[in-house]
Design a protein around this ligand. Structure first.
Ligand SMILES: [Cu+2]
Length: 118
């Protein structure tokens, strides 16, 4: 929602979990939906792939520059699904492993630990 936006973030384009990829590597992406047909599109990477329930489609990308790439679902996929945002973040290959680990296992801060003790 709008209240969740931080300074500099784009309305209707931010996601909770970005797709992390290593930069300067060939990547194969397998696309399938969990609900209805979608179309996974990131124009700045030059990719658009239909996501069809019960099917696996694949696309290949090679992101040459580190950075953040925005896209949206480009299928009319249903009520409350319109403009589903997609964010792909290309990170240096040397940082990729630690970034994925941090995304899968969020690090707790000292503050959070203190709150839990109370
Ligand atoms: Cu969609």
């Amino acid at each position: 929602m709008n209240n969740d936006l931080e300074l500099g973030q784009s309305r209707l384009l931010e996601v909770d979990n970005r797709v992390l990829v290593p930069a300067k590597s060939h990547i194969r992406i397998i696309v399938t939906p969990a609900d209805v047909p979608h179309s996974w599109a990131v124009p700045s990477l030059g990719v658009k792939c239909d996501a069809v329930p019960g099917r696996l489609n694949q696309i290949s990308i090679s992101v040459q520059r580190e950075g953040v790439y925005y896209g949206q679902c480009s299928e009319i996929c249903g009520t409350n699904h319109a403009f589903t945002p997609i964010v792909v973040e290309a990170v240096p290959s040397k940082d990729y492993g630690s970034r994925v680990s941090n995304q899968l296992i969020p690090q707790t801060t000292g503050e959070a630990s203190a709150e839990m003790k109370e």
